[in-house]
Design a protein around this ligand. Structure first.
Ligand SMILES: [Mn+2]
Length: 417
């Protein structure tokens, strides 16, 4: 058995604006620079048997090159002989994959949402921005839990709260599917999430379910650009600050940003626009910030970031915090599940030794949504690698499915605005 590749019938050689040539697949929109090395190697890549065992030297390089170009759809398996088979192969490479919808709501594409005020669920199965792999399972765990909440024979409109309000009866709530780029690097994930959110019409409010917390950045960036670069406020429910506090802080900003991860994405958000503001809710009472950076750190707190730690919330009282969160502004709400205390949520990279109580978190998130104009919401950092998942993980997922239901309930009424 041999397995070889051929050029996709959708691949073209194009000249970039800067005079360099690239291979572009018109179906997947993937692009690879066609430099002289690749041009020389390509005929050999097209001949090499991908299944040849223990290939070494140049043949191994051609194999690896073949796998990479096939993973981007530039090349396709030679046996994909009909257009239907080739399209199916290319579809399987797409970032957005089908998944059983949250709460059983209808599937939709961004094209179908044009002009429709809608809440749009988007799963992101990423762990590339985190230091442990569990978050890739978050969307699947939460999709399952959301359907348990509705019940086997139920539909989303069956859900009702104690006041008789039905969160899914009224607003259009749809599911876009999951972003899944297994084996691809963090940049590919960031680009894909940004492109998918950027393609949404301004009438829709994404509710993104991660995935690692770095993925909040491309969502925020896409929404920022969609509104013509007008700044807004990030309300962040999180045990951590996710700020880069290492390196040389000048005027409260790192001189060099380290590459984005789930632990520094807020600094990247602030770098989008100095007028962006961040309100951090439910943080730990103490964080480690190098004392040498204290002046820069105090400045970022003065200029851009407000912190309401677990202890601040206990001291000020819930009503004062609710008034503080509801300020009739344009906001994006991001929820890291590690804002909940560890006994409640353990299926996350860094369970919180001191966190918020779930009912309190529900009330604060409701205040942050109802009291502002919400551009989007996300729920990040939930999940465990499959061998560690157990009955307790399902209960934690059930709690977070209730939280997602509460997000829909709080967000629905402002869709018409
Ligand atoms: Mn976080």
């Amino acid at each position: 058995m041999t397995r070889t590749l051929r050029m996709s019938s959708f691949t073209r050689i194009v000249d970039d604006a800067d005079g360099r040539r690239a291979l572009v697949n018109l179906y997947t929109n993937e692009r690879v620079a066609l430099d002289p090395e690749l041009e020389r190697a390509l005929p050999r890549v097209l001949e090499v048997d991908l299944d040849e065992p223990r290939a070494s030297g140049e043949r191994l390089l051609w194999q690896l090159c073949g796998y990479e170009l096939a993973s981007r759809g530039i090349l396709v398996p030679r046996d994909a002989d009909s257009e239907r088979v080739e399209r199916r192969f290319l579809d399987s490479l797409r970032a957005l994959v089908d998944a059983p919808p949250f709460f059983g709501v209808p599937r939709a594409t961004s094209d179908e949402l044009a002009g429709v005020p809608a809440i749009a669920f988007l799963g992101v199965r990423s762990a590339e921005g985190a230091s442990y792999p569990g978050t890739a399972s978050g969307p699947e765990l939460l999709r399952r839990a959301s359907r348990r909440l509705v019940g086997d024979r139920g539909q989303p409109r069956d859900l009702v709260d104690g006041r008789g309000h039905r969160p899914f009866d009224g607003p259009a709530v749809v599911d876009l599917g999951d972003v899944d780029l297994r084996r691809r690097d963090l940049d590919a994930w960031l680009d894909a999430v940004e492109a998918i959110v950027a393609a949404l019409p301004a009438t829709s409010r994404p509710v993104v379910v991660g995935g690692d917390h770095a993925m909040t950045y491309p969502v925020v960036k896409a929404l920022y650009q969609r509104r013509g670069g007008r700044p807004f406020t990030l309300i962040q429910f999180d045990q951590h600050l996710d700020l880069q506090v290492r390196g040389e802080l000048i005027g409260g900003r790192p001189r060099h940003h380290e590459p984005i991860t789930h632990a520094n994405f807020v600094s990247h958000v602030l770098a989008l626009d100095p007028a962006m503001r961040v309100v951090q809710v439910g943080g730990a009472p103490y964080h480690s910030v190098p004392i040498a950076n204290d002046a820069g750190w105090q400045q970022v707190r003065r200029d851009a970031v407000t912190q309401l730690s677990v202890l601040d919330i206990a001291a000020a009282g819930v009503d004062a915090i609710i008034r503080r969160l509801a300020c009739d502004q344009d906001v994006y709400v991001t929820i890291d599940v590690d804002v909940l205390a560890a006994p409640t949520v353990r299926a996350t990279g860094y369970p919180a030794p001191l966190g918020l109580d779930p009912a309190l978190l529900f009330r604060l998130i409701e205040a942050a949504i109802v009291g502002n104009r919400v551009l989007g919401v996300d729920l990040m950092e939930f999940g465990v690698a499959p061998p560690q998942a157990g009955p307790a993980t399902e209960v934690e997922a059930d709690l977070l499915a209730l939280l997602l239901c509460h997000v829909v309930s709080s967000l629905g009424p402002q869709l018409a605005r």
